[in-house]
Design a protein around this ligand. Sequence first.
Ligand code: FDA
Length: 394
Amino acid sequence: MKGAAFDVVVIGAGAAGLMCAIEAGKRGRRVLVVDHAKAAGEKIRISGGGRCNFTNLNAAPKNFLSDNPHFCISALSRYQPKDFIALVERHGIAWHEKTLGQLFCDGSARQIVDMLLAEMQAVGAELRLQTAVVSVAKTDEGFAVETSGGTIMCRSLVVASGGLSIPKMGATGLGHDIARQFGLPIVATRPGLVPLTLAPDLLERLQPLAGVSVDASVKSGKTRFDEAMLFTHRGLSGPAILQISSYWREGGTIEIAMAPGADLCETLRRARTERGRQSLGTLLAEHLPRRLALLVAESHGADRRMADFSDKALHAVDAAVNHWEVRPAGPEGYRTAEVTLGGVDTRALDSKTMEAKAVPGLHFIGEVVDVTGWLGGYNFQWAWASGWCAGQAV
Ligand code: FDA
């Protein structure tokens, strides 16, 4: 096309943008990826504790939150975990399943970044780092992208600039601003997969537990996660809490079972008859980490012998351990959130191409879109899948 240096400009060299560039490059498109960061794929590099939980074997639409839950079905079925695994294996990257279908590199997350950059290079896609996108405008033939390094003309523009999480790593609201500029609706954004804080009085009581981890079952409404929970100096964290944080709404409560496998009421009753001289603290320590057991026991009479407990008192202990209703003060915020919930409203996008229905040539992929996965490799799978789909269409 006249005046256009590139067929495709991708804003954002993250998981989604790199995948899109590779696929568009394979189709012979002249592709440029721009990013204001010093290095590509920074979130990939730090992900999964440095080992990148790059996909999840069980990835299915039910593992994603969106105002329009059916939108992700097409992309997730067209590009599946097995497709990304095949790519990883072609590059000789060793991997393992940690738990619950979560796949990690044996070595380092850096291998995934290097793999994507090698694939990009192989198809001749160009990468310009330390190039901030200032604004974009529609032209007769496509788009003009104004960057800190000058204006770039292109036929298709792919917005892969991510969400608002971890601003110190370069997250900006650019993608949402571009959507608004073109009249696309935005689903209100909020931090997801984030630790929850507690009110000062409760926090003070729980201070001795900072650092204690327990296998818990955590519920918000009808949604439940059975994973580890961690007490922190600010509140609650750990996988179970991060997962439920995406479902929890400000002002609401969550219900926590800290000995979910045990019929605690029955166990306590039996202990009352069979081990009447034992203290509650000692008994609870058989089912809970010791520090937690002692704190729970303290508020029910730590040294009281089991024989002295009424049925009502035993029920109260069971409720404190397995039906603990907590009203979190709030999420910790974007500073520590792994993802951003909400984003570009998918009703304005084509689910096969990620193209804005009202703006031909403009595509949105990855976290900037209102599709958010659970913890456990689901968010990268969405980034790969949505990036792959746009890459077939641009
Ligand atoms: P991503 O945020 O990766 O990329 C966006 C890019 O756009 C960035 O490189 C940014 O610099 C650039 N950009 C933004 N504004 C710009 C501007 N104005 N001009 C130019 N460039 C701009 N998920 C998972 O599945 N498994 C895991 O193990 C983890 N682990 C994990 C750990 C931590 C600490 C975090 C914060 C997140 C995770 N995640 C995860 C989530 C996962 O990292 C996230 O969902 C994807 O990186 C999203 O990919 P995107 O490509 O959409 O955005």
